[in-house]
Design a protein around this ligand. Structure first.
Ligand code: ZN
Length: 259
């Protein structure tokens, strides 16, 4: 049985938006205390619009709403989000940097298919960054936050039992995001943002069967134990082992598809 409160949070959850809003909220507090003038407030609003649009557009691509190789329908997206071409193109440039779309002169943007080489380039970096987040979070998580993570771990076990793959993926990502937020390092979060798009995309593209969910759950169990004991060496190594294991799973699946 899934806890309703957690589930409501998951339904509106967005990885990048959650992390960025967390850091923006922190900067807004310090900025507000300086009593900035209207022009500064306007630039904050624009930045928030950019971040929100980017986060939503990213979710479109990551969750496969626009297929691999397809042209990004710029006019439809502008109508859908109620924006002009300029902010959309700014967001597409960031996503091109993250390897999610390709920009071609005069042809606009297309969704960039994820290749085995992408995974081989991105996963080792992602593994080290996630591992660092686990190491830093160990000392910074409050008792309540550890309690929340353990509760989420129980919910993850329930989803695995019920073989609810989509929800399992989302909650698994939310656990990692909570650890990243606890690490409380905006530079680390930005670096993770650059590499995590392709990792998240492959998760949605190659959906883990129940056996892989069970393995992931066991790996998460080791991460939870390390966090509970505030053992930052074990936490870092347990997260790295979990990401490495995910990489091997996805690599094998993509190789089989390519054969
Ligand atoms: Zn995980």
């Amino acid at each position: 049985m899934i806890d309703k409160t957690i589930w409501e949070n998951i339904a509106v959850w967005d990885h990048s938006e959650t992390v960025l809003n967390h850091h923006l909220r922190d900067s807004a507090y310090s900025i507000n205390s300086l009593r900035l003038d209207n022009s500064a407030s306007l630039s904050i609003t624009r930045r928030q619009l950019h971040n929100e649009l980017l986060a939503r557009l990213r979710e479109f691509i990551i969750t496969g709403k626009i297929k691999d190789g397809a042209k990004v329908p710029e006019k439809e997206l502008c109508d859908y989000f109620g924006i002009s071409r300029t902010p959309l193109r700014e967001a597409l440039k960031v996503m091109a940097f993250e390897g999610l779309v390709s920009l071609t002169h005069n042809r606009g943007a297309t969704v960039r298919p994820i290749t085995i080489n992408d995974l081989r380039e991105v996963f080792p970096i992602y593994a080290h960054l996630e591992s660092l987040a686990g190491q830093l979070a160990c000392d910074r998580l409050t008792k309540d936050e550890i309690g929340d993570l353990l509760n989420m771990h129980d919910q993850l076990a329930a989803l695995c039992d019920e073989d609810k793959c989509s929800q399992f993926i989302i909650l698994d990502e939310l656990v990692h995001t909570r650890i990243e937020i606890a690490a409380s390092n905006p530079v680390l979060s930005r670096m993770l943002q650059v590499v995590s798009g392709r990792v998240r995309r492959v998760r949605h593209l190659v959906r883990a069967p129940k056996e892989r969910q069970r393995d992931a759950l066991e790996e998460h169990g080791r991460i939870m134990t390390a966090l509970k004991q505030r053992d930052n060496v074990s936490s870092a190594s347990a997260i790295k082992a979990h990401v490495d294991s995910s990489f091997r799973f996805f690599e094998e699946k993509l190789e089989a598809r390519a054969a």
